[in-house]
Design a protein around this ligand. Structure first.
Ligand code: HPA
Length: 274
């Protein structure tokens, strides 16, 4: 089998050819229920993942599988509507393939979004929350296996993984858009089951404010390749045991849909200035 670096180079070449742009500056991964954002952007060139060699095709509800290329301010932005997850059975190097491709295609800034359960104080359904750090509870690394030095170092540092300067820009964009932006540590779980109430009590003791099933592999791979990372969760529900109700995937999608307007206002303010 061809090596990862060669497969990424091939995908980056296809991306350049099919979008008509040799380089992109910023990549945005749109999480569950947030994939409708590109529809609000003018002149976005759409490329289905099926045309991008090596891109895994999303199956989960709310994940479309289309890449959009659009100019926003001084940036050529690549929006990835749809991602695959560990719970679908994909290994971490496949989960991170689209983000790694975007970085090889020039992106120095990676913006990750997701739907998450909230367990931090004051983090309520509908809130946008800046991820300040993460806990890799799933214990899976996208860097497992042989390391290719062309992609990054064997032992990358994870201090300030979520770039402080980007977090400042996110706070400013939220203020400009009139959107409240919470902050917290995200804990990555395998899923696909939601957590138990006991697991959520543990997550809170360990310092998590958000729980979810994505984002961490892409953030780690992006840091491995030296890109800057910003990550924002949409809290779709209070985490298990905290609301007195059971959690359904329908309420997750519904909460994401209801927050679409605020999400758009925030990203419209943020992306041109990154
Ligand atoms: N837990 C894990 N992932 C999630 C949740 C949750 O409560 N809500 C949305 N994604």
């Amino acid at each position: 089998m061809t090596g990862l670096y060669e497969r990424l180079t091939e995908a980056a070449g296809a991306l350049a050819r099919l979008t008509g742009f040799e380089r992109h500056d910023v990549v945005v991964v749109l999480g569950s229920g947030l994939g409708g954002y590109p529809a609000s952007l003018e002149d976005a060139a759409a490329v289905p993942y099926t045309d991008l060699p090596g891109f895994p095709i999303p199956q989960a509800a709310g994940h479309a599988g289309t890449a959009y290329s659009v100019r926003m301010g001084g940036n050529r932005v690549l929006l990835l509507s749809g991602r695959v997850h560990d719970y679908e059975g994909y290994p971490a190097d496949v989960i991170t393939f689209p983000v790694r491709t975007a970085i090889l295609a020039g992106c120095r800034t990676v913006v990750l979004t997701n739907a998450a359960g909230g367990c931090g104080e004051g983090i309520e359904p509908g809130d946008l929350v800046l991820i300040t750090d993460h806990i890799n509870l799933a214990g899976v690394s996208p860097l497992r296996g042989d390391n290719d030095e062309r992609l990054g170092p064997r032992f990358p540092d994870m201090t300030d993984l979520y770039t402080p300067a980007l977090r400042d820009k996110a706070r400013a964009a939220a203020a400009e858009a009139g959107v409240t932006l919470g902050e917290g540590v995200y804990m990555w779980w395998h899923g696909p089951m939601f957590e138990t109430p006991a697991e959520i009590r543990m997550a809170m003791i360990l310092g998590a404010s958000l729980v979810g099933m994505s984002t961490v592999p892409e953030a780690v791979a992006a840091r491995h390749m030296g890109a800057d990372v910003l990550a924002v969760s949409l809290c779709t529900n209070r985490a298990a045991g905290l609301s007195g109700r059971r959690i359904t995937s329908e309420e997750v999608i519904e909460a994401a849909a209801q927050a679409a307007g605020r999400f758009r206002a925030f990203f419209d303010a943020l992306l041109p200035g990154l």
